[in-house]
Design a protein around this ligand. Structure first.
Ligand SMILES: Cc1cc2nc3c(=O)[nH]c(=O)nc-3n(C[C@H](O)[C@H](O)[C@H](O)COP(=O)(O)OP(=O)(O)OC[C@H]3O[C@@H](n4cnc5c(N)ncnc54)[C@H](O)[C@@H]3O)c2cc1C
Length: 394
C-alpha cells in the first residue's frame, strides 16, 4: 500500500472533519475506522446548537435532524424549572441529531473532498523513524499492514490510544471523568419543545438529560462524576430511579441502551508532536460542564485539516509546523474550556439547597444566554452571596 500525507484514526466527527478539510486543501488522506459502520452504535445524547454549523461548513440534511427544540429547561432539585429560549441557550441546544446519519453525512463530505475511508480497520500502533511518527500499523479483515504517513491524526475518541502511543499525556484523573448511561426511551409523554437538564443529587457531580427525538421518544441519560460513584453500576440505578419517579417517563421502554464516558478536564498541555496530532475527544476538547463534544470536535477538526493541508504543501509535518493547529484550536476554545473546568470544579460541590437558590434567582433576574459567565453575572447583581464561591470566574 502506498503512503498518505495524512492518516486519520477514527471516523467520528473529529476525524471526518479533519479529513475533509485536509483533503479539500490538497492532502492525500486516509481515514481508518474500526467499526463496520460510520455512526453506529450511537453513544451520544445527540444534542447540539445551531450556532457553529455554518462556520465549519456543515449543511445538515433532513435525515440528520431528529428534532428541533425551542430551548432548554433547567430543573432544580426541588423541581422548579428555569426556561431558556433557543436564542438564549444558543450555545448549547437547538437540534437533537440522528447521529447515525449525521456522522455519515460528515464522512460523505470527507470522501467527496477526496479522502479514502477503510471500515472494519483498526489502528494497532504507530510507525516511527528517529523519534518521529511516520505512519500507522493497521489490522483490516485479518490482515496486518503498515501505512506510511506524513502525519497520523488521533481522532479515536474518549478511549484514545493514539496519543498514548505517541507519548502525549492524555490520561485523566477520576474527578475529570463523567460516567454516563442513556436510554432511547419510547412510549413517554414528554414536551418535545425542550431539552431538559436536571441538576443536583439526582445525578451527583453531573446531571440528567432528556433530549427529545420525536413526540413520544427521547434520549434520557445521566452523567455522574466518577468519584461520586461507589460502584460503576450505580449510575444506572440513579437513572432508573429518576425514570420511575417521573410520571412522564415511567411508562417508557428502552429501544437502546448506551454506556460511555466523557472527559471533564482542563485543556491538555500538548496535542501535537512530530508527525502526530490529536483532535476531538482524543484531545479532551469536550466542554467540562455540559459534556458536549460534537461542536468542539468539528471546530477543532476544521482547524486541524486546514493546518494539515498547509503542512502537506510545505512537506513539513514537524511539531513546529503542527503548532499552528495547537494555537488555532486554543484560540477558538481554550479559554472557554478552562473557565468551564474551573466552574465544574465548584459546581460538583454544591448542595441541592444551593442549586434550588440559583434556579429561583435565575427565574427572578433572568439571563441573556446560557453561559457560565452570563448566569453568574446575572445572579451576582441580586445575590452576591450565592456566587461568592465563583468569584474567580467573574
Ligand atoms: C452518553 C454520552 C452522551 C453524549 N451526549 C452528547 C451530546 O448530547 N452532545 C454533544 O455535543 N456531545 C455529546 N457527547 C460527546 C460526543 O459524543 C463526543 O464528544 C463526540 O462523539 C466526539 O467525536 P470524536 O470524533 O472525537 O469521537 P468519537 O465520536 O468517539 O469517534 C471516535 C471514532 O474512533 C474510532 N476508533 C477508536 N479507536 C480506533 C482505532 N484504534 N482504530 C480505528 N478507529 C478507532 C471509534 O470507533 C469511533 O468511531 C456524549 C457522549 C456520551 C458518552
Amino acid at each position: 500500500m502506498t503512503g498518505y500525507d495524512v492518516v486519520v484514526v477514527g471516523g467520528g466527527p473529529a476525524g471526518t472533519m479533519t479529513a475533509k478539510w485536509a483533503a479539500k486543501g490538497g492532502a492525500k488522506v486516509l481515514i481508518v475506522e474500526k467499526r463496520q459502520e460510520i455512526g453506529a452504535p450511537v453513544r451520544c445524547g445527540e444534542g447540539i446548537s445551531r450556532s457553529w454549523l455554518d462556520g465549519v461548513g456543515i449543511k445538515l440534511d433532513q435525515k440528520s435532524v431528529a428534532c428541533q427544540v425551542k430551548g432548554a429547561k433547567i430543573v432544580a432539585p426541588n423541581g422548579t424549572p428555569f426556561f431558556l429560549s433557543e436564542k438564549m441557550a444558543g450555545n448549547e441546544v437547538g437540534i437533537v441529531l440522528d447521529r447515525i446519519f449525521f456522522d455519515k453525512l460528515l464522512a460523505h463530505d470527507a470522501v467527496k473532498a477526496g479522502a479514502d475511508l477503510m471500515l472494519k480497520t483498526s489502528a494497532t500502533g504507530l510507525l516511527r523513524t528517529g523519534g518521529k511518527v511516520t505512519g500507522v500499523k493497521i489490522r483490516s479483515f485479518g490482515e496486518t499492514k503498515e501505512i506510511k504517513a506524513g502525519c497520523v491524526v488521533g481522532a479515536d475518541g474518549f478511549e484514545s490510544q493514539v496519543g498514548r502511543w505517541a507519548g502525549i499525556s492524555t490520561s485523566l484523573a477520576p474527578r475529570d471523568i463523567t460516567s454516563c448511561i442513556q436510554y432511547r426511551l419510547t412510549n413517554i409523554n414528554y414536551d418535545p419543545n425542550y431539552c431538559e437538564f436536571v441538576l443536583g443529587s439526582k445525578a451527583p457531580g453531573g446531571y440528567i438529560w432528556i433530549f427529545p427525538k420525536n413526540e413520544d421518544t427521547a434520549n434520557v441519560g445521566i452523567g455522574m462524576q466518577l468519584t461520586k460513584l461507589k460502584d460503576r453500576a450505580d449510575v444506572k440505578k440513579y437513572l432508573d430511579k429518576f425514570i420511575q419517579n417521573d410520571p412522564r417517563l415511567k411508562k417508557g421502554k428502552p429501544l437502546e441502551i448506551v454506556a460511555g464516558a466523557v472527559s471533564i478536564c482542563a485543556p491538555l498541555d500538548k496535542t501535537v508532536g512530530d508527525g502526530i496530532l490529536l483532535v476531538g475527544d482524543a484531545a479532551r476538547q469536550i466542554d467540562p460542564i455540559t459534556g458536549g463534544g460534537i461542536s468542539n470536535s468539528c471546530r477543532a477538526g476544521k482547524v486541524a485539516g486546514e493546518v494539515l493541508a498547509k503542512a502537506t504543501k510545505e512537506r513539513d509535518f514537524s511539531e513546529r509546523s503542527l503548532e499552528r493547529y495547537e494555537k488555532g484550536w486554543r484560540d477558538l476554545m481554550e479559554n472557554h474550556l478552562y473557565r468551564n473546568w474551573m466552574a465544574k470544579e465548584k459546581l460538583v460541590t454544591l448542595s441541592d439547597e444551593t442549586f434550588n437558590k440559583i434556579i429561583s434567582a435565575l427565574n427572578e433576574v433572568g439571563v441573556e444566554k446560557m453561559s457560565t459567565f452570563a448566569i453568574l453575572k446575572a445572579i451576582e447583581t441580586k445575590y452576591p452571596d450565592l456566587v461568592r464561591e465563583f468569584h474567580d470566574l467573574l
